[in-house]
Structure formats: structure tokens, C-alpha cells
Design a protein around this ligand. Structure first.
Ligand code: ATR
Length: 282
């Protein structure tokens, strides 16, 4: 039976085995999906072991996404733009890297939250790994304006410059104005505000003023559960529609599953898995 794994440290909390097992069941695919606690200095050895054992692929989570990207023999455009990989396909001795986080986010916003990004004003907060993983897919959804803000503006500028220079982004950039702004003097109101900063985890509160929210805006935190709670409360208190990253988690898995297996769980099946996961204890 074809085998897949998720590699991370820590990994016990990962819902990926459950999600992929349900996708396999719903699409009639015979496959095994397990989790592997990978020592912090042991990613290369674990990958070598997977290649040797004939595993077909793996997902990669914190803190190995950058190492996974670098270890690959080929990388999709969106993995190159993120400079990180969350999905590897293994074939013989070859390692192919992809990053499905951005598509996961966009699919959740458009297909489950029911908010089209086309022609909208979007604010992305953060310029670390999480933001880098989704910027290309947000651009590909052709909003009118995509503004990136970060505590350290230079990092936001570097990320924007990388996307502006990449050949695969040129058509999208004709439709979307991509820019950075200073966080303290940020101006404008947005239809969709996405928190890709780790400010919730550091307990410092939401780093933008409520004036960035258009009435009824979608306020999306890419984390889910308790880690997203502060941002969710801020959104609710300021008239926005709050949403955490659970749907993104399930949708990025669906994209990885489709890449590996050539069959995609349908939207209703994805939604069903989302609801099942939501019903589980955090
Ligand atoms: P991740 O992989 O989760 O993106 P990361 O690469 O360490 O983690 O990036 C963390 C992001 O959260 C960065 O954009 C960081 O801002 P800096 O680039 O200025 O460090 C942002 N961040 C972390 N704590 C923050 C805070 N208290 N206020 C605002 N932004 C914060």
C-alpha cells in the first residue's frame, strides 16, 4: 500500500493523519498516512529513510518547511516564491516540492467562507514563513489591491519584491496592485484582513487598528483554535466576520492529496471533514 507521512516537531497534535484517512475513504484510495516525530537535527536522515523505504510522499510542518524546500530536486513556482515546502512527492531518488498553504487559504475563503477575492481590497499582516506561503496564491486570486504590512517593514518589502520579480506572477500583477505600508501609519479599509503574524502567540494583541476593517469585512487568522482566539474576538468586537484557519488546514491537505493521488475530494467532502474536525476536542 502507498505510504505518506507528516513530519514535524512537535507532531502529536497534527490532524493531518485524520484528514488524509478521511479523504482516502471518501475518494476510495488505498493508502496509509502516518505521523513521524522528526528530531530537530534529523530531517535529512528522515527523508533519506522515507526514500529508501519507498514512501510516496510527505507533508512537512514546523520547523522543517525551509529544509524540505532546499532538499527537493524540483520545486513548483509557488514553493519557490514561499521558499518553503509543506508537501513533498517522492519518486525513486527524486524529491518534488510544493507548497499548498496558499491554495488552501484561498479555497477556504472563496469556497467555504463564500467571499470572492476578485477585485477586493486585501490586507495581509506578517512577512514571516506563514505570509510567504500564501502571498502567491492570494495574488493569483486577483484582488484589486493587496497590501502587506509587517512589524519589520523591510521583510515585507523583500517578500513583495520577490513576487514582483517572478515570471509566474506577471499576469496577476497586471490586475492587482501589490504594495507594502508602514504598520504604525497604515491607512485604508479592506474587505479581507488576514493575520499571518504570530502576534496572537506572543500575546501582544492585534497589530493593526480596527479602522482597517470595512463594515462586515472578513477577518481571517491563519492559525486555528485557541491560537486564533485573540484575533477572532477583536474581529467580532469590531463588526467583522471572524474566521480561523481550520478550513485552510483541510483545504491545503486536499490540494496535497490531489497532487499525490490525482483525485481531489469534492467540496462537499472537504466540508464534511472540516465539520468532523471542528467537532473534535482542540
Ligand atoms: P511564521 O512561520 O509563523 O510566519 P515567523 O517566520 O517567525 O513565523 O514570522 C512571524 C511573523 O509574525 C513575522 O512577520 C513577525 O514580524 P517581524 O518580521 O517584525 O518579526 C510577526 N510578529 C511576531 N510577533 C509580533 C508582534 N508582537 N507584533 C507584530 N508582528 C509580530
Amino acid at each position: 500500500m502507498d505510504s505518506y507521512y507528516v513530519l514535524g516537531n512537535p507532531i502529536a497534535h497534527s490532524k493531518s493523519p485524520l484528514i488524509h484517512a478521511r479523504f482516502a475513504e471518501l475518494t476510495g484510495q488505498a493508502m496509509h498516512y502516518g505521523r513521524l516525530l522528526t528530531p530537530l537535527d534529523g530531517f535529512a536522515a528522515m527523508l533519506a529513510h522515507l526514500l529508501q523505504s519507498g514512501a510516496r510522499g510527505c507533508n512537512v510542518t514546523v520547523p522543517f518547511k525551509l529544509e524540505a524546500f532546499r532538499a527537493a530536486s524540483t520545486q513548483t513556482d509557488r514553493a519557490q516564491l514561499a521558499e518553503a515546502a509543506n508537501t513533498l512527492t517522492l519518486a525513486g531518488s527524486a524529491v518534488h516540492a510544493d507548497n499548498t498553504d496558499g491554495v488552501g487559504l484561498v479555497n477556504d475563503i472563496q469556497n467555504h467562507a463564500g467571499v470572492s477575492l476578485v477585485g477586493r481590497d486585501v490586507l495581509l499582516i506578517g512577512a514571516g514563513g506563514a505570509a510567504a506561503g500564501v502571498l502567491a496564491s492570494l495574488l493569483a486570486a486577483t484582488p484589486r489591491r493587496l497590501v502587506l504590512v509587517n512589524r519589520t517593514r523591510a521583510k515585507a518589502e523583500a517578500l513583495v519584491d520577490r513576487h514582483k520579480a517572478h515570471v509566474s506572477m506577471q499576469d496577476f500583477l497586471k490586475k492587482t496592485e501589490l504594495a507594502t505600508q508602514d504598520l504604525p501609519s497604515l491607512k485604508g479599509d479592506f474587505d479581507v484582513v488576514i493575520n499571518a503574524s504570530s502576534s496572537s502567540l506572543t500575546g501582544t494583541g492585534v497589530p493593526v487598528d480596527r479602522s482597517v476593517l470595512k463594515p462586515g469585512a472578513l477577518a481571517y487568522d491563519m492559525m486555528y483554535g485557541p491560537a486564533a482566539a485573540g484575533f477572532m474576538t477583536w474581529a467580532r468586537e469590531n463588526g467583522a466576520t471572524p474566521r480561523d484557519g481550520l478550513g485552510m488546514l483541510v483545504e491545503q491537505a486536499a490540494e496535497a492529496f490531489a497532487w499525490w493521488r490525482g483525485v481531489r475530494p469534492t467540496a462537499s467532502q472537504v466540508l464534511k471533514v472540516l465539520q468532523e474536525i471542528r467537532a473534535l476536542p482542540a
